[in-house]
Write a protein that binds this ligand. Structure first.
Ligand code: HEC
Ligand code: HEC
Ligand code: HEC
Ligand code: HEC
Ligand code: HEC
Ligand code: HEC
Ligand code: HEC
Length: 341
């Protein structure tokens, strides 16, 4: 028994070592701090002097269209910690932004995601093409990677770690459009049999009114939890957004010991789970209370023990009362008979 346990312990150590070697091989070498410093200095001098709150407050030239500049604000405090914050702006805005006024063709020269992430796009594109946004008529041309991924702001879930922050960022991406009549209309197809009239935006809270305390769910889980097919923990999140027929409606998919949240929202944390305090799904418990998903074998045992003790107590109490009553009756009988000699 003990030998078996030590054997499986060594086995899991070996698996862990193999896994960390694989992740190490897959990750690129870290970017050196000198390069990051150089890029940040260049951004501050060439772009943030206009495109930030400070730049808008104190524009370096008098001939700037300030309302347009306000619409194109990129803040260093948000940009620097983002996924692309280590880069020089001109690595994506490659031509035409060196001088002001910017060259009219600048926009056409903005790098697409594929230029740098060809392998990822190759894997995600078929899923994206199968999603509701690509399949619905007229949407595909308007929808692209940066409709959801703001290249100046987003931080990938793997780096964000904190589930509350991941939920806030990812749901904001969907709700920015699904909660705004104005933005939704820019993308929506025409209503059925009514050419020229935009399809009405379905009210997100009303559609999901079968979900108790809908708002609490929006703060604790992402839209993609129910609207994408489940993938294995190590794989990239699926980009196939599922329609209302295929979306997840079963409460138990999350509210159970084998919660799907482990391979969804918590996939990056489950890797470092150490069964804290012996709870099953301790990573979930330390972030929110998901009824049914977090259990403790010791607490479960203690509860059963407590119930058993109560039963024993009640039984013992009954037995003692019966014995005491019999004894009392015997004594009364003896007293009534009186001394015999
Ligand atoms: C002197 C101020 C100033 C500087 C410096 C500046 N911009 Fe701009 N930029 C503007 C203004 C003002 C607009 C608003 C549109 C316009 O008036 O052309 C703008 C618009 C833009 C746009 C969107 C408009 C478009 O379609 O071309 C991008 C992208 C842009 N700037 C990128 C950059 C980058 C990258 C840098 C740094 C390499 C930079 N800008 C430096 C003032 C500036
Ligand atoms: C990873 C690539 C990438 C980097 C790095 C990048 N941008 Fe952009 N930027 C884009 C893309 C793509 C768009 C176009 C978005 C669209 O068309 O909706 C854009 C749009 C813009 C716009 C137009 C207004 C807006 O917000 O959509 C401005 C201004 C801008 N970028 C400034 C900057 C500045 C300043 C930096 C550096 C601090 C920077 N960008 C770094 C990819 C990048
Ligand atoms: C000019 C090259 C370039 C372009 C264009 C570009 N990226 Fe990136 N991207 C990078 C680099 C470099 C990093 C890694 C930074 C680091 O290692 O810290 C990165 C990191 C990321 C990450 C986080 C790490 C990961 O791979 O999971 C995501 C997500 C991402 N980019 C998405 C996008 C999307 C979406 C677009 C299109 C809007 C885009 N990128 C356009 C260069 C680029
Ligand atoms: C820029 C706007 C925009 C963004 C961002 C967006 N959507 Fe949509 N979505 C639409 C439009 C427009 C439709 C099409 C409505 C139609 O054809 O009936 C749609 C359709 C859908 C549908 C299909 C409803 C059905 O069954 O017919 C689902 C589900 C959906 N979106 C979920 C999401 C999720 C989840 C996200 C975030 C990951 C998201 N959307 C991001 C605009 C957007
Ligand atoms: C708990 C799982 C779950 C979550 C979380 C969830 N959805 Fe849904 N969603 C569903 C199901 C199931 C349906 C189908 C409902 C029905 O047919 O009654 C649906 C329907 C929809 C529809 C179709 C509306 C229509 O009738 O055309 C849209 C759009 C949608 N969801 C968007 C979202 C967005 C945006 C979010 C994030 C704020 C989200 N969903 C979060 C499960 C979920
Ligand atoms: C409908 C909105 C939407 C569109 C369109 C979209 N994404 Fe995503 N993407 C998301 C969400 C939500 C996540 C989950 C957040 C995360 O894992 O960081 C994500 C995650 C990612 C990741 C990290 C995956 C992982 O599991 O580590 C990459 C890389 C990525 N997207 C690239 C792209 C590229 C490239 C495109 C264009 C082909 C694209 N996305 C289009 C919503 C979208
Ligand atoms: C995608 C995963 C998921 C699905 C599916 C899901 N839930 Fe939840 N639910 C959660 C999470 C995560 C919380 C924790 C909220 C918190 O920490 O505040 C929660 C919280 C709750 C709560 C407590 C809300 C409160 O007031 O704090 C109730 C009740 C609940 N869910 C019922 C349901 C029912 C009933 C269904 C099916 C119709 C369902 N849930 C489907 C993930 C899910």
């Amino acid at each position: 028994m003990a030998g078996l346990r030590i054997g499986s312990f060594i086995g899991s150590l070996l698996i862990c070592a193999a896994m960390s070697a694989a992740t190490w091989a897959a990750s690129d070498a870290p970017i050196d701090t000198a390069t990051i410093e150089k890029n940040r200095k260049a951004n501050a001098e060439n772009c943030f002097n206009c495109h930030s709150a400070d730049g808008i407050a104190k524009p370096p030239r008098a001939d700037l269209d300030l309302s347009k500049l306000k619409d194109s604000q990129v803040e260093p405090s948000v940009y620097n910690p983002s996924d692309h914050g280590v880069m020089d702006c001109r690595q994506c805005h490659s031509k035409g932004y060196e001088d002001f006024p910017h060259a009219p063709a600048g926009k056409d020269n903005t790098s697409s995601c594929t230029e740098c992430h060809a392998a990822k796009v190759l894997r995600l594109e078929p899923q994206f093409n199968a999603s509701v946004h690509a399949k619905n008529t007229g949407l595909k041309e308007k929808f692209n990677c940066f409709t959801c991924h703001n290249p100046h702001i987003n931080v990938v879930a793997l780096r964000l770690k904190d589930p509350a922050k991941i939920v806030a960022q990812d749901n904001h991406g969907c709700l920015e459009c699904h909660n705004s009549d104005l933005t939704f209309a820019k993308f929506a197809p025409d209503a059925e049999k009514k050419p020229g009239v935009k399809k009405k935006r379905p009210d997100i809270d009303a559609i999901h009114d079968w979900l108790p305390n809908t708002k609490a769910h929006w703060n604790a889980v992402r839209c993609v939890e129910c609207h994408t097919p489940e993938v294995a923990a190590g794989k990239m999140l699926s980009h196939e957004i599922l329609n209302k027929e295929k979306a997840e409606k079963k409460c138990l998919s999350c509210h159970s010991a084998n919660s799907a949240l482990k391979v969804r929202l918590y996939r990056h944390l489950v890797k470092d789970e150490q069964q804290r305090l012996g709870f099953t799904n301790s990573v979930i418990l330390s972030n929110s209370y998901v009824i049914g998903a977090t259990r403790h074998p010791l607490l479960d045992g203690a509860l059963i023990g407590l119930v058993a003790l109560t039963l024993v107590g009640v039984l013992a109490h009954g037995v003692i009362r019966i014995v005491a009553a019999t004894l009392r009756r015997d004594r009364r009988d003896n007293d009534a008979q009186g001394p015999t000699s």
